[in-house]
Design a protein around this ligand. Structure first.
Ligand SMILES: [Zn+2]
Length: 447
């Protein structure tokens, strides 16, 4: 149980406000240790470092990590079950492992993430830090409305309990049950996906419950989709609930939330004591400077069960190491989207999140959308489908034109077509995680 002063804005002030020079010194010590630990104990790293002609002793500065080979999801899949069921990336004997989570496997074979007791405890301490950062205190009532089955985000609730909040392990309840809990127990904080936060608020209104007046939710944590970092989406959810929305970012390969918004919502502070961040060119793998957009590559500095050395996350974004107004010195990541979701139209990189930002900002439409990516004459194109509000008197043509103009202005390339449906005409409303992009391309665009 936390004995912290609730008026202190930091969970771990010394760590969170550590001067960067000191933070980087600590990162370097941990980096040297974990790379050596990985080399000595995980068969995969021994082999791959030897093949690349690098040794743990080659690390003298943080930048020296760039001499080491990358790994990615495929490396994880290929090494799982080899040697032992934990696989060749695992660096501890099975008896030291106390927990494994596994990914959904929606894009291939599920990958597992093992934790030692210390890994797990440090993971939960990091979660407590994020919860405290968004303002959770022992007086709060908290609903964890995330999947508990196998998913690494489930145990994050323990971080809230360790902080001292009253926790309700909601999981993925049907919305009627969840609304009943929100009405009966009047919790103050909830964590769910951004699309579900939106759907749940709408469902409440349809059931005659005003989320602003009849419920006590003051803060909504969102993760799993980009919405929380898209200003227009975040504002729409905030207006619906009369609550503040905080975006969290996690990787099932590492742990629940690895990065989180502070009260300024300007990028997500990443736990740099646990993760060394690099940004690399998506094509060449060349290391980019802070502030340049590329693929985020993470090296875990403290996870001993399965260290990840230069893991290509598949997420595109940039890192900002400039001081944040909140006083925290850990860098902030800004995510544009998944590499797999990005498409290129007339030499412009387009992310579904950019399209969402435009759609959510336009008046007279519901904010629901569907993106189709396809080819015409061997060129990549995209079309967008939207829903018009039932009280909008404008013609479909006028709405399509306005949407198309706004997309062109923001993204730089016009959609091939904008289709307008009536309110409720799109089948994109789903519980918890929505599918809003359909890729109909036949050519190979792998990058
Ligand atoms: Zn901050």
């Amino acid at each position: 149980m936390s004995k912290r002063d609730p008026n202190n804005k930091y969970w771990d002030e010394a760590l969170e406000t550590m001067p960067r020079e000191e933070l980087e010194k600590k990162q370097l010590e941990d980096l040297k240790e974990i790379v050596k630990f990985a080399y000595d104990n995980a068969p995969y790293y021994k082999r791959s470092f030897d093949e690349a002609g690098v040794k743990p002793e080659d690390i003298h500065t943080l930048a020296d990590i760039s001499k080491f080979p990358f790994i990615n999801k495929t490396t994880q899949r290929d090494t799982q079950g080899v040697g032992s069921f934990l696989g060749e990336l695992c660096a501890v004997p099975e008896e030291d492992v106390v927990f494994i989570s596994t990914s959904s496997g929606s894009t291939g074979v599920p990958t597992m993430s093992p934790f030692t007791k210390q890994d797990f405890d440090e993971f939960q301490d990091t979660e407590s830090r994020w919860f405290w950062q968004v303002g959770m205190r022992p007086t709060d009532r908290y609903v964890h409305a995330l999947n508990f089955s196998l998913y690494v985000g489930g145990p994050d609730v323990i971080g809230a309990q360790n902080l001292g909040a009253l926790c309700i392990w909601g999981g993925t309840l049907p919305s009627e049950r969840l609304l009943f809990i929100l009405q009966t127990y009047q919790p103050t904080i909830i964590w769910t996906s951004p699309s579900y936060a939106w759907q749940l608020g709408e469902k409440a209104k349809k059931a005659g419950i005003d989320p602003k007046k009849d419920l006590s939710i003051k803060k909504i944590i969102v993760a799993g989709e980009l919405g929380g970092s898209i200003d227009a989406t975040r504002k729409a959810i905030e207006d619906l609930w009369g609550a503040e929305v905080y975006d969290f970012y996690g990787l099932s390969d590492i742990f629940g939330a690895c990065a989180a918004h502070c009260e300024y919502h300007d990028g997500l502070h990443i736990a740099e004591n646990h993760i060394l961040v690099e940004t690399v060119d998506i094509h060449t793998g060349e290391v980019l400077l802070a502030g340049e957009v590329g693929e985020l590559v993470f090296t875990t500095l403290r996870k001993h069960a399965r260290p990840l050395i230069r893991f290509r996350t598949g997420d595109i974004g940039w890192i900002d190491n400039t001081p944040c107004k909140c006083g925290r010195t850990h860098g902030r990541i800004h995510i544009s989207g998944r590499k797999d979701d990005m498409f290129i139209v007339s030499a412009v990189n387009v992310f579904p999140s950019d399209i969402e930002a435009v759609i959510r900002d336009l008046d007279g439409i519901t904010g629901e959308y569907l993106i189709r990516v396809f080819e015409r004459d061997f060129t990549c194109k995209y079309s967008v489908e939207v829903e018009k509000n039932s009280d909008n008197p404008d013609s479909d043509e006028a709405i399509a034109q306005r949407t198309s103009d706004a997309l062109k202005a923001r993204i730089g390339v016009k959609p091939y077509e904008v289709k307008v449906h009536p309110d409720g005409g799109l089948d994109t409303r789903s519980e918890h995680k929505s599918r809003r992009i359909i890729d109909e391309r036949k050519l190979d665009y792998s990058i």
